[in-house]
Design a protein around this ligand. Structure first.
Ligand code: GLA
Ligand code: ZN
Length: 672
């Protein structure tokens, strides 16, 4: 998928589980998949039980046949290692493979994603299986990627993990005194005298619910440890296959804003990012867009794979609404518009049993091609063939960035106070949505990423400022950058220890303010502020701040802090630090960010009506403008540039009107 010479077009396909069906049905599946222009299948995702029936007993005959079958039909393979669910015999014989939940409950065999990442059995057999697969299938030149395990996630609190956690802490802190300092254990007399005193933070110890902890320091470190433990399990398999097939790129399918795993760290060990896009019923289009950009940002803008989406319907939401006609195509192109170089589904064929039998698939239970979903999949497949390779490898050229940081997310979620309404992802989404509505491209970046390509960097709720990050921001702003942050920022370091001397801690000089207090409002109570002739709400959290060099641009209207600043702008070096002291509404963010972008010289891709999504990707073939109509009505817009729509073939001169029907898409390649 990163090897473009092997890929002549956007790979189209997804999870296919023929091992769940009688062999005499496979040829008919192939006929149907070919008919829908599918050219890649993800195989072997959940077959561990059939591949290994005892410690040293393996059976590859069925997979051999499947590999031959898809090769014969000219399909590419994304080959999974099958370690997302361990076999029942393994759980019975080697109970160390079973996880312990946050409640302290030891699991029995069942479900999936159920292995303890630190279990010696799991590690040994997962690695062994990965190497055996690589060795057995290394000569298949149609394998275009490895898919390690599946949607890694969850947590384990077993005794083995607890022991490993102590080792991890020793490695990180060296001495128990350092641990005590980092976690501020003088509070509530928690001083540890020995690493052996330390137990896993869960419902049996520091937690009273999954993200409510009496000691944030230990809980944060456990999150890091857990994410790294699972990453380590992934890396063992990575190394096992990489040694044998060094030229086949390796990935594992991520899940967007999935909290337990620090994907920014994970991505360093992935050859390319892939992810599974399942918007919930209430996910706004901009929320999906943000997640695509977040996934693209994990590898500094390198194109990613859309590994899974449903062709029609999921099975796991409270109610599973059908994707309306045209929406599967629209959302497939939305992924491509944000940097995907594949369009893939879960799944090729609906199973007959268990919890996913009502999940959408290309081949429905009806078993033939005469379904709406099949027709839509086939039509998109034919269209992607016509589109060819043109957009492959194209990148974003955004000049605005939004910072997203997993440690910061964990810190905010674990924080006792100031408000249970504070949701990091939702706050980030507010800022993202404003730029999305303004048709201004954004990169989602991490705190490790370089800032020099950006004229504006927005870090909503940057609660945790890790050592050195303030220096990076300071240098960026001094050099002419614009940096914006919000309430509840700069409070703590990477250990969740408060930076004393006044909030926002190490960001004070950049922002030219001091936050003295923070008021958390109930959901139905709002303050307000005036800005440029309009009144906007101030909700959830309201900082009571003093300027220390910054200019105040708006003030609270009500309560005992009426007249205190709510928006500030501070000239710092050649750049500016902006502060938004409260949560407001979409109209405000659009207005304010629009203004800052104008000041920074950041332009919208083009003017387009509300409900239209506009993105841009650039590669050696040219510049591509993606126009997606998510609304229910056709939209007409004036083209600010000349170009050709690669989907309809229509050519446009500058100033021509372009009409896009409801749920339709155009990919305009600019004329050079
Ligand atoms: C995930 C998994 C798949 C399947 C789908 C269903 O993305 O990776 O195996 O369970 O969800 O939506
Ligand atoms: Zn464990």
């Amino acid at each position: 998928m990163v090897e473009y010479e092997k890929i002549k077009k956007i790979p189209y396909g997804g999870d296919y589980n023929p091992e769940q069906w009688p062999e005499d049905t496979w040829e008919e599946d192939m006929r149907l998949l070919k008919l829908s222009h599918i050219d890649i299948v993800t195989l072997n995702v959940f077959s561990w039980a059939s591949l290994q029936s005892d410690d040293d007993v393996y059976h590859f005959e069925k997979l051999d046949k499947i590999m031959e079958l898809v090769k014969k039909h000219g399909m590419k393979v994304c080959l999974a290692t099958s370690t997302g669910a361990h076999p029942a015999w393994m759980a019975r014989k080697h109970p160390d493979i079973l996880r312990v939940e946050a409640t302290g409950m030891k699991r029995k065999f069942g479900s999936r994603h159920n292995s303890c990442p630190n279990s010696p059995t799991y590690q040994k057999y997962a690695m062994a299986l990965a190497s055996k697969l690589a060795d057995r299938y290394k000569n298949y030149d149609n394998i275009v990627a490895w898919h390690i395990s599946n949607e890694y996630g969850g947590e384990c609190y077993c005794e083995n993990c607890e022991k490993k956690f102590r080792e991890w802490l020793k490695e990180k802190y060296g001495t128990i005194e350092e641990v005590n300092r980092a976690w501020d254990t003088a509070f509530w007399g928690h001083t540890f005298y020995d690493f052996e005193d330390i137990v896993a933070p869960n419902h049996l110890s520091e937690h009273w619910s999954n993200d409510r902890s009496t000691f944030q320091g230990i809980s944060l470190d456990y999150r890091r440890f857990n994410s790294e433990s699972i990453l380590n399990a992934y890396r063992l398999e990575y190394d096992a296959v990489h040694t044998i097939t060094p030229d086949i790129p390796i990935t594992t399918n991520l899940m967007g804003t999935y909290q337990p795993l620090d994907y920014q760290m994970w991505a360093r060990y992935m050859d390319f990012v892939s992810w599974d896009n399942y918007p919930a019923n209430d996910t706004p289009v901009s929320g999906t867009a943000m997640r695509h950009d977040l996934m693209r940002g994990l590898k500094q803008g390198k194109p990613f794979a859309l590994m899974e989406q449903t062709p029609s319907v999921t099975n796991w939401l409270p109610y599973n609404m059908l994707k309306r006609p045209g929406v599967m195509r629209l959302w497939s192109y939305q992924a491509v518009a944000h940097g995907a170089d594949t369009v893939m589904f879960f799944q090729m064929k609906r199973s007959i049993g268990a919890c996913e039998k009502y999940h959408g698939a290309v081949i429905d239970h009806a078993g033939h091609e005469n379904t709406r979903v099949f027709r839509e999949v086939a039509a998109l497949g034919a269209e992607l063939e016509r589109l060819g390779s043109q957009t492959l490898g194209a990148r974003s050229d955004a000049r605005a960035a939004i910072v997203f940081d997993w440690d910061n997310w964990w810190g905010i979620s674990y924080s006792a106070g100031p408000s249970v309404f504070l949701d990091y992802c939702k706050e980030v989404e507010r800022y993202y949505k404003a730029l999305f509505d303004l048709h201004i491209p954004v990169d989602m970046i991490g705190v490790e990423d370089d800032l020099s390509a950006y004229d504006l960097v927005i870090a909503p709720v940057l609660y945790m400022v890790k050592t050195g990050y303030d220096e990076k921001l300071r240098a960026y702003v001094k050099n002419g950058g614009r940096f914006l942050t919000t309430f509840f920022s700069g409070y703590v370091d990477e250990h969740d220890l408060v930076t004393v001397g006044g909030y926002p801690g190490k960001l004070r000089d950049i922002l030219g303010i001091w936050v003295e207090e923070e008021d958390a409002l109930p959901a139905d109570m709002h303050n307000a502020f005036h800005y440029k002739g309009r009144t906007y709400p101030a909700s959830m959290l309201c900082d009571l701040l003093h300027t220390e060099g910054a200019e105040a641009l708006a003030f609270y209207e009500k309560d005992f802090y009426a007249g205190m600043p709510v928006l500030t702008k501070n000239a710092f070096g050649k750049g500016f630090g902006y502060y938004v002291a409260t949560q407001s509404d979409d109209a405000f963010y659009r207005e304010y960010l629009g203004e800052i972008c104008r000041e920074a010289g950041i332009e919208a891709i083009m003017d387009a009506p509300e409900g239209m999504e506009v993105t841009r990707r650039v590669n050696k073939n040219g510049t591509f403008i993606f126009l997606l109509n998510h609304g229910e009505e056709a939209q007409v817009m004036a083209m600010p540039f000349a170009g050709t729509d690669l989907l309809s073939g229509k050519a446009y001169k500058e100033g021509d009107a372009l009409t896009i029907a409801a749920k339709d898409v155009a990919i305009v390649r600019l004329s050079t």
